[in-house]
Ligand binder design. Sequence first.
Ligand code: NDP
Length: 433
Amino acid sequence: MRKNPGEPEFHQAVKEVLESLRPVIDMNEEKYRKEALLERLVEPDRQIKFRVPWVDDKGQVQVNTGYRVQFNNAIGPYKGGLRLHPSVNIGIIKFLGFEQIFKNSLTSLPIGGGKGGSDFNPKGKSDREVLAFCTSFITELYKYIGADEDVPAGDIGTGAREIGYMYGQYKKITGRYEGVLTGKGLTYGGSLARTEATGYGLLYLTEEMLKCNGHNIAGKTVVVSGSGNVAIYAVEKAGQLGAKVLTVSDSDGWIYDPEGIDVTALKEIKEVKRDRLTEYKKYRPNSEYHEGRGVWSVKCDIALPCATQNELLLEDAKVLVANGCIAVAEGANMPTTLEATEFLQTNGVLFAPGKAANAGGVATSALEMTQNSERLSWTFEEVDSKLKQIMVHIFHNLSDAAERYDQKGNYVAGANIAGFEKVANAMLAQGIW
Ligand code: NDP
């Protein structure tokens, strides 16, 4: 607190992780203390903050602040997205970068943790203004990144358009054609299956968690929140695995479809027409549209929060338990509040935290890096099958970690412990840095 005033999200993230690491730390206290391992882990390798001037469509110069926090590269080059949103500040970037260390470690791929972004808001800006911002942003950031140093990706506000503009300028300045950014278009080094990866990965991990606890996903009913990238491909994969998805939502309302969400209609509305969920009824007359929030009130076996942070509250968790829900797996980052998570876990609901359950996206980004270094493009099936292997491995890794520390079935603790152990061992082996 004393060292990082005004960074509440970062304090919260550190506290949550360190609390669940207590049993690991207790067993190795002397070693970790002597090496100041935890003190080193919570201090980023470096924090880069820079001016981003650009000219708007009226000819006026605008100034934003850019950030890149290179948190930890013990197990590989820094990797993490660039968030473009007015709420961005150093505390938020540090919280996301800190979480990213453990998520990336869990994938079993050689990627360290980092995060970056700017308080620039792409919403409502023209393509030319976005190009002007991205060009200015990367003209400073390019000094600090590279295919073997730090590989940024997309995040909120940074999609294929922004990554394309940044990549073009990076290439122009450096003359290098390399995998310095992920989330690229398929014509210039992007990976097949990246679009599907987070939603599909969520279902692969959920399927494995259910299987290892004596359940079969086929025939189960599922409620999904959100209707963006993660939600759409979670719905699609759940259907392919024989489950029936009853709901999707957006920030205005939600759909209940008793016959199961029609993913083709959903894609048409959200990806092609970029429309609202009120349109869904035109495709499925027997469905219902409700304003406000409410997906967690629908009786289900499995709940998949895939929209945003803090969207599944204690009161929702109580309804899910009362309705006989057996599993919750987080597609979004931090969608379940701490109280709701504790309630679900103490009432026997299998709970997969986002750090593990939504790691399919970054894992596939790491596969994009591999394809770029090899100058190869793998088929959709190759990438998808590697993604499945990774997600199954993540589940066993965190499940085993929880069991080793007498917390069988506590997948939240297991994810933090498994993510931490690999990074801690690498840091200890590499001396003092
Ligand atoms: P999108 O922007 O594609 O979709 C977000 C969805 O959530 C939209 O349907 C949006 O509705 C809805 N939503 C936003 N706020 C609310 C709210 N308050 N109540 C209900 N619905 C809401 O994002 P993604 O699908 O890419 O990401 C979703 C989550 O998953 C985020 O937490 C993200 O950080 C996380 N994540 C995403 C990864 C990826 O690869 N995409 C990887 C790992 C994590 P509306 O259209 O009305 O805004």
